[in-house]
Design a protein around this ligand. Structure first.
Ligand code: HGY
Ligand code: MN
Ligand code: MN
Length: 438
């Protein structure tokens, strides 16, 4: 069987961004379907029993499906211009870990079922809501709201899901499937520089900081660029650009460790000789303290109101998604630490499906060293030796979860398979606010 490096090489040319370096693998797109089909083919080659559930999540059962399953996996979609490893490393590592468990004969002795999983639209790059697949599975997003989400072409998720082979009537919380998961472990390339400073290739996730996304929409008056005096304009681009320029100062003034980003804008109609009638930007704010996220948002919202008033335009703000800070549960993490005693515990500034699932099933993360520390960009990296070290770590964690290795320390063994140790407050987007600043 192929190891993690050769598995990743099989998809390295799938979904390359035609506009430049990196990848363009939107959720529920032909590219993501191609990647999913690659995973299905690899699973079939291994004799895994595969299924695509009502929410578009792909499951590959390494043992007969059953209760209290150990699940590992990640996602295959990317951000625009994304790197090679964000998502695929976790999926390829899950396949490689299966190969090792199978060839060592360990799987024959497993005391719990094992499944691999691939979650669609984790980046939320197409429909704006991060981790759409796992949010649907857990009910963290209202199914009706999800079905009405639109991509940049104006297609609704309902229409796209139907084209992807899903039945829009069936998307939504899948309680039986959730109840069957005893623990979920996601391996992911590190998106930061925590491990670079250590001599370790693998870390265990301690938490995922709170993060949300908001849509700021400015409406003005379109007009002719040449015939409209500067004093007679209601230009949304002027207002929006001033707000964007103020964001770093507003974030820093609220809390030095808050991060606030605008990586996506849209000007309508977008002519060089046209004063725009509308401009949008999307804001991503993150901080370990959810109250600080709220304070940064308020500061930016107020500034948007005053710049909009100065420019004579209207601004409305709507929340697209929010995930409160998630702490991975101590019991499951103590089991990971028992088999990976050298692995440091690291917080994550990046969101993951494991962070959404953690509110419903015991979930954990393994991070694999990224020598550049860069992610969501082509410079994202992961050395071959570290990729393999990640698989070794995942194998040890899966052996422990499957009851194949004895507890070596005081960690609580009774939790194996219980769901008592599921985590903190749910990620909740059903209350997506629509605070308007008019
Ligand atoms: O945006 C994130 O944090 C993740 O990479 N989806
Ligand atoms: Mn990811
Ligand atoms: Mn990502």
């Amino acid at each position: 069987m192929s190891d993690v490096v050769s598995l990743l090489r099989q998809i390295e040319d799938t979904g390359r961004d035609v506009r430049g370096p990196g990848y363009q693998r939107p959720g529920f797109s032909a590219t993501e379907r191609e990647l999913r089909d690659w995973f299905l083919a690899e699973a079939a080659r291994r004799g895994l029993d595969t299924e695509i559930d009502a929410n578009g999540i792909t499951w590959a059962w390494a043992t007969p499906p059953g209760e209290n399953a150990v699940v590992t996996g990640s996602h295959l979609d990317s951000v625009p211009g994304g790197g090679e490893f964000d998502g695929p490393l976790g999926v390829a590592s899950a396949l490689a870990a299966f190969d090792e468990l199978k060839s060592s004969g360990a799987l024959e002795r497993a005391r719990r079922p094992l499944a691999l999983a691939v979650f669609p639209e984790e980046e939320g790059s197409r429909f704006g809501v991060a981790c759409l697949g796992s949010r649907l599975l857990t009910g963290a997003i209202d199914a009706e709201r999800a079905l009405g989400l639109k991509d940049s072409a104006g297609d609704t998720f309902a229409e796209v899901a139907r084209g992807y082979g899903l039945d829009p009537e069936r998307v939504g919380r899948d309680q039986p499937r959730l109840a069957g998961i005893g623990s979920f472990i996601e391996l992911h390339v590190e998106q930061g520089i925590g491990l670079i400073r250590t001599d370790q290739a693998v870390a265990i996730g301690s938490s995922i900081i709170g993060h949300g996304r908001w849509h700021f929409s400015f409406a003005g008056q379109g007009n002719h660029a040449g015939t409209t005096p500067m004093s007679h304009r209601a230009d949304p681009v002027v207002a929006a650009s001033r707000v964007i320029g103020d964001i770093p100062t507003l974030a820093a003034a609220t809390d030095a460790s808050a991060v606030a980003t605008v990586g996506r804008t849209l000007i309508h109609p977008g002519g060089t000789n046209v004063i725009a009638s509308a401009m949008s930007f999307w804001l991503d704010i993150r901080h370990p303290d959810d109250a600080v996220v709220e304070q940064v948002l308020d500061a930016i919202r107020q500034r948007a109101g005053s710049h909009a008033a100065d420019a004579g335009v209207q601004v409305t703000v709507s929340q697209e998604s929010y995930s409160p800070t998630t702490h991975f549960t101590a019991e499951l993490n103590s089991r990971l630490t028992s088999v990976l005693p050298q692995a440091p515990l690291l917080p994550s500034g990046a969101g993951h499906d494991a962070g959404i699932l953690a509110a419903h099933v015991p979930s954990a993360m393994l991070y694999v060293r990224n020598p550049t520390g860069v992610s969501h960009a082509p410079e994202e990296a992961c050395e071959v030796d570290d990729q393999r070290a990640g698989v070794d770590a995942l194998v040890r964690v899966l052996e422990r979860e499957l009851g194949l290795t004895e507890p070596t320390g005081p960690e609580d063994d009774s939790a194996i398979g219980s769901t008592e140790d599921s985590a903190v407050g749910p990620a909740d987007d059903s209350a997506a606010g629509n605070g308007g600043v008019r």
